[in-house]
Design a protein around this ligand. Structure first.
Ligand SMILES: NC(=O)c1ccc[n+]([C@@H]2O[C@H](COP(=O)([O-])OP(=O)(O)OC[C@H]3O[C@@H](n4cnc5c(N)ncnc54)[C@H](OP(=O)(O)O)[C@@H]3O)[C@@H](O)[C@H]2O)c1
Length: 308
């Protein structure tokens, strides 16, 4: 079992720094759809803490029921207070579909678009990012991240120029494997990173050891990918009932159990579960409302999952 990294005092200090409220219901009269918000440390801008991933699920060409489902997911995402959508040129047709659907739904201005650069060479990076802007149908992308740290120094140099020129608002780096955490940490410690995107879930808790505390210390916003370990977590709980005590932190499904575990970490800014199922989208968005588990409850959640 992974040791608890934070003691209570450290936890409360981080939580206060992240503008977090633990174990608090939405105030009476508060719009339940406004959901949990988190601050981007480098700017102070608030964003909804539950975002949307697009890998595989938005890689659709042509019409048909899959496209309609993706459209409904995006519509419901915004209707339920969502904003941060994460894509990449690596995800096939996903950027194009996000751009097309956002335009059809008239919601472009309501989204915070995060995408990535995933290639080598300065000119090729620029060409790819210009391509992303065309596909996403926007003259300005909120966040571009160096995907899997590919050609990091070259792409970061361009991102810094683009940020200065106002073509992007934030820059960052991503990876999704524990083996890359050392390198992510090295880059974070060098400073100047608005966002880091990393793998973190109840199935992959390595980030708790060093990366999440380092991100908090450096004032870097954290986007969490693979929150369900690409659906593997659902396999582990199939046919098993939610423990009764899950209602103590307003949790009504296994998806919310997995997402609230992540959202309760004070270093986490946004979690980006991917789905093309409108019912799953609504389920996931509900993780951004109601109470969150505290550190003792999170330990109980891990022990429970490991006992199944
Ligand atoms: N290196 C990188 O930068 C990197 C790497 C990995 C991922 N990412 C980003 O992170 C996002 C999320 O990670 P991921 O797509 O790998 O995996 P994930 O979000 O952990 O899991 C997605 C899977 O979970 C299922 N699912 C979603 N909500 C559910 C619910 N409420 N109940 C049951 N099943 C549910 C989805 O199927 P349904 O469609 O049936 O709901 C889908 O198969 C990606 O889409 C991408 O944007 C980035």
């Amino acid at each position: 079992m992974v040791r608890a990294v934070l003691n209570r005092r450290e936890w409360l200090r981080l939580a206060a720094g992240a503008g977090m409220t633990l174990l608090v219901r939405p105030a009476h009269g508060e719009d339940p759809k406004s959901g949990l918000q988190r601050k981007i440390p480098s700017s102070g801008e608030q964003v909804p803490a539950v975002g949307l991933g697009t890998s595989q699920v938005f890689d659709i060409t042509g019409g048909g029921s899959e496209r309609e489902a993706a459209k409904e997911v995006l519509r419901l995402f915004v209707e339920n207070g969502g904003k941060v959508v994460d894509s990449s040129p690596m995800y096939g047709a996903a950027e194009t579909l996000v751009g097309d659907l956002a335009s059809e739904l008239g919601i472009q201005r309501k989204l915070f678009i995060a995408t990535k650069v995933w290639t080598t060479g300065r000119q090729e990076g620029i060409r790819q990012m210009e391509d992303s802007m065309r596909k996403l149908r926007t003259p300005r992308i909120d966040l571009i991240q160096v995907h899997n740290l590919v050609d990091l120094d070259t792409q970061l140099a361009t991102l810094r120029e683009w940020k200065k020129a106002g073509k992007i608002r934030y820059l960052g780096i991503t990876h999704s494997r524990d083996s890359a955490h050392g390198e992510l940490e090295r880059v974070l410690k060098a400073g100047g990173m608005d966002f880091v995107q990393l793998n973190y879930s109840m199935a992959e808790r390595e980030a708790e050891q060093r990366l999440l505390p380092v991100a908090a210390e450096k004032g870097t916003a954290v986007i969490v990918n693979r929150p369900f370990a690409r659906a593997n977590l659902f396999g582990r709980v199939r046919g098993k009932p939610l423990p009764d005590w899950a209602k103590d932190f307003d949790c009504a499904s296994w998806a919310q159990f997995f997402l609230k575990y992540i959202l309760a970490h004070p270093a986490v800014t946004v979690v980006i579960p991917a789905t093309r199922d409108p019912k799953h989208l609504v389920d996931n968005m509900a993780a951004g409302s109601g109470r969150l588990p505290d550190e003792a409850m999170r330990r109980k959640m891990v022990a429970h999952l490991e006992s199944l």
